[in-house]
Ligand binder design. Sequence first.
Ligand SMILES: Nc1ncnc2c1ncn2[C@@H]1O[C@H](COP(=O)(O)OP(=O)(O)OP(=O)(O)O)[C@@H](O)[C@H]1O
Length: 590
Amino acid sequence: MTQSQKTHSTHSLNKRSTHLRALIAQTRPSYWRLSLGLFISLLSTSASLVLPLIAQRLIDRLAHQTFSLSALGPLALLFLLSGVLSMMGMYLFGYVGNQIVANLRKTLWAKYVHLPLSYFTDHSSGESVSRLINDTTLIKDVATSYLPQFISAVVMVTGSFVILLWMDWHLTLVILLAIPVTFLVMWPLGRLMGHISKLTQDGLANLNGYAEEVLSNMRLVKSANAEAYEKNRGNQRIDGLFNLGMRETRLFSIINPIMSIVMMVIIIGVISYGGALVRQNVMTSGTFVAFLLYLFQVVPQITTVASFGNQMQRVNGATTRVYDLLQLASEQLGDRHATVALNKIPLTFRDVSFGYDKRPVLHNLNFTFQPGRVYALVGPSGGGKTTILSIIERYYYPNIRQADKLGRFMAGDQNVASLSLSQWRQQIGYVAQENSLITGTIADNVRYGLSNATDEAIWSALAAADAANFVRQTEHGLATQVGESGLKLSGGQRQRIAIARAFLRNPKLLILDEATASLDSNTEAHIQVALTRLMHDRTTLISAHRLATVQQADEILFIQQGRITGRGTHAQLYRTHELYREFVDHQIIK
Ligand SMILES: Nc1ncnc2c1ncn2[C@@H]1O[C@H](COP(=O)(O)OP(=O)(O)OP(=O)(O)O)[C@@H](O)[C@H]1O
């Protein structure tokens, strides 16, 4: 390793331990319990340190006296004390550990629900779940298991050596040999272990995400006859984890015998040398036994100290990932009062250019939606209709400069970026093409986000959405479970629940993203009536594929490759816009 590499690795090690400290501090653990736990563990360790000394006295006394049970009293008492103390220490550490993991998960969860939508289009949900479950568990283990064990092992090893040196320094030197040997063996293996562990965590996150995706798309898997294909892809990931597991097992199986051999050599050394000292009457048999007891106590603790570095390596990946995640900027919901009524003011795109990852998708758009009117966005697939709607919902903001100026999305004469986001979204009702519901009852789904809505209000929203009849026919009515993502309902039923949800919110701006595109014409006709009812007295924006919807619109914007190439009513566009005419004539707009 070069000097600069060394500096770099020390630097990043420092940074990581700062991350770990910052993360643990953020969970505000009960420091008094942690300190008390540590103090009690140290007491228990000290009690273990005294045990061999008492044993020594006992044995030496036995050389002159006959055995009596009462002589064992102090020893038994100390054993008991040490046991009780260690039990209390474990309880306190366990408490703090659970507290750390719970608070860390709460912090992460709060971060997730406030992160901008772009985070979730860039990261798989399995990966996010793995951060929340696996990484937090590893961090808890460091704080409440590895770290206390390490501290108590350091105290044990240091204390034992001080006592051993005081008892007989020649013999202690034999044991001291164990330390460099242990570190020499453990250090390189530990680094390798850290590397494998990081790969394992990545592999687990990947398997998590993959399994979640396949399991929630079982209908597609079966209809595409893709069982064998998915079985293989799953097996590859599982085999990858198996191989990593085996690498870890091989390392463990190397480390353990090496440590046993080192230990055996030392024990043989101590027994031979110590035995000789006893024979020559230089050492009492009590001291000799105490020596052996210390030896048995100390060697496993040396392993704990030496492997602490490895354990820290294992959690480094987790710590860094969680820390980095918490540094990401959340969506600012903003001042609740800085708001405007969306059905009363015009919405204007002024020189708006936008790109995902800076790849331009919208080019210098300029238009205004007047309040209370219905607008349809029409155009070829991939042209940018959904992206425009996403900017209006403020999932994204103009992000590409034109002539060194960033475009603006304005509400009246204010830049929307300065308006409260929660108030903004509260005024918007959104109905998509595929409306997935949440696991729960029909009432939960209609009420979603509006916890104080009454059953009467829900029923009238359902009636307006033409959904009351089918809900009444179900066995449990509003309390009917919809299944995961609403899969126990039909597409049309899910759609009507989504429309009822929009009715209940009584939005001022209604956004319909091809809301009827996936339905048969009979269901569509019903839902169209409900939607038309919903549009009444609000500004409505529709990404449309249906002639019925398009004809209803006050104005149509034809969007092609991120540009507006035509605008007007259906009749105007049909007359003037060649591609629009083609769309209608070739029934692309049906
Ligand atoms: N999250 C994203 N990350 C990167 N690119 C994206 C993302 N979402 C959309 N795009 C790209 O932006 C472009 C515009 O997509 P958009 O969904 O706005 O089109 P659309 O007009 O609504 O299409 P359709 O009619 O098929 O729904 C497409 O080229 C698409 O690939």
